[in-house]
Design a protein around this ligand. Sequence first.
Ligand code: NOJ
Length: 769
Amino acid sequence: MLLATSKSKSPLIVYLLTSIFFLLVCAAPLPAQVESKANDLLRQMTLEEKVGQLSQMPGFPVPEFMQQNGITPEDAVRKYGAGSVLWVSDPKQINRWQHIAVDESRLHIPIIFGLDVIHGYHTIFPDPLAMASSWDPKMVEAAQSVAAREARAAGITWTFGPMVDIARDARWGRMMEGAGEDPYLGAAMARAQVLGFQGAQLGGPDHVLASVKHFAGYGAAEGGRDYDASYVPEELMWNVYLPPFKAAVDAGVGTVMSAYMDLNDVPASGNRWLLHDVLRNAWHFKGFVVSDANAVHSLITHGYARDGADAAYKAFTAGVNMDMASGTYLKFLPQEVRAGRISMQQIDDAVRPILEAKIRLGLFENPYVDVSKIDRVLNDPQSQQSARVAVQRSVILLRNEGNVLPLNKSNIKSIAVIGPLGDATTDLLSMWGALAKPGPTVSILQGIKEKVGNGVQVEFAHGPNLWREIPSFFENIPGFAIKAQPKQSAEEAKRAIDDAVALARQSDVAILVLGEIDLMSGEAASRSSLKLSGGQQELLEAVVATGKPVVLVLVNGRPLEISWAAEHVPAILEAWYPGSQGGNGIADILFGDANPAGHLPVSWPRTAGSAPVYYNHNLTQAPEDAPGFKSRYWDIVSTPLFPFGYGLSYTSFSYDNLRVSQPVAKIGTNIEVSVDVTNTGTRSGDAVVQLYIHQRAGSASRPVRQLEGFQRVTLAAGEKQTLHFTLGKNELQFWSPASKQWVVEPEQFDVWAGGDSTAKLHGEFRLVN
Ligand code: NOJ
């Protein structure tokens, strides 16, 4: 329209009209306007209406007390309004709920609809651990902006991501939702995801409100058992577990989700140190805190709160603004205020950021979903293409003996695709991908078939089924499109292995797709063993014994125990949960249309018994390279199977000429480090150049190495580039347990650059006062 009418006008007028149009449509309200509108509303609100805003209503079977009182969540919205509604994702239902809030509640305050859009809404991207493996924050930002656009078009205005919990123990099922073990990489991924979800400023069109979670220390669950207590000393909180959250806050994240577990004996959702001292006082966070689901009520279950009133009081005064779906605030906060234990000023201060978020999101002007636009946004082919590229950039080549990969179509007549994940679709999405509204998914079998075309015969053998020994409660939650494969007897599993072996024997190459179905990783999916379960190891060994060339593709949410494979299977690709375009992206890598450059965001353990394993541990009195101290264990070496940062390519790289700007520098000046990276192979590829430092002495023992910079660069065959890194205050400081503050110390430092955390290329410098 605008373009058609503008043709007759002069360019200047067109320019001015267009600028005015965009200013009017896109101009975000100023902070003062937002605050004053929120205050206007607060002045008109009753106590119950305010508490309604502090409550997220469940869009699923209602909490017990609501049933007892005969109130449905919808009645509650009608009577008091609501801050948010959880897990209602059908656009028609969203509009129905929104009409109740906007038309039937006294003050017409719209609802924010929240859903776990963790790595895609309709177009499912690789899971967050996979995207972190790309070491490509720009790609991750773009992926999450597609997720935001799709979710927003369908009426979701709030995602419960990014999940930025540091995970050092692969037994913990939720490792796949985060960026792995490293605070620096984790912070980069946190920042990228917040920008992707929210845009540069909260309230941009096609974006949603983000919620960084789970604040904080959830990944340190004892024994890797989901929900179990975490004991994390303060120095480890500041230096390792908190930096990704800080990065999200600095990137403007609008909300923070408190975690479930006890942190140092105080449940995170009632932990004032976390929610007030760190988040508000130290970091000046201005948005709002939502509890995890039912976590306010769970303060009673934890044995921390006496009863519902005490739980509401403890969570609220610790700093939780919004109660996710437990109904505890709705029932008990008003009486806490009437009894004088909580002041109206405190309530207003908690409600204000929620109202401000709604104003910024433009919900007062546009509360409803435009159902007619949804399909166009969800079916944008560009999104599928971006997801495919994301797979190509995330997959990690762990082994490639004798250059088995890439496969050459013209030399192959027949391929056996084998394994319980070979034809999987939903299982490529992870449990959260399956909760959103996933579109069609390309299985690995399908991706390979499409890649090789009719000239090559591609046959599939499923092998034995995969299931959890103890079923997941998510299987019973409506909305989750996930289910385990049926249990099999030992004879059935054996027959399935025999069939697969027969197929391998008659094929030129076998591609095994093994790992974990979606229910085996994610929430409530911790494992005591990291073995390839359900007969997969037997299947793998039997197929390798045929003598055919074997490629192992792993689909899983965490590193698995693959020491045998790492010795006997020539080619291993780690795909994690690759999402809707998994099959195509993996086929691109298998056949060399894309060159893998993913690198591990976690250290790969040899066995579950070595957990936690992470590269940035302290030196100790017996470093692993000291004579006589080869291992901490008597039965295996204590180094990981593959180090943090590791990943191969179809080409090779060399790292040379590390230069440090000043061998001695005053604290406060930046140290510039440069390094040459050369593609020494015969094809173009991406190098992920990593910079590590170590402080040799100081007020505390410092990690043997810490990542403090990385760059992913594309190099043509033979090309050399010089990369520059800056080590400033942020990179050189640490939180010292001696002084209980951030310090940069006058000490000697080592610096290494290379392709993983064992990089050899070394330099050093000294900081002085
Ligand atoms: C519980 C999970 O811990 C959290 O990550 C999620 O966002 C909420 N449920 C809501 O689905």
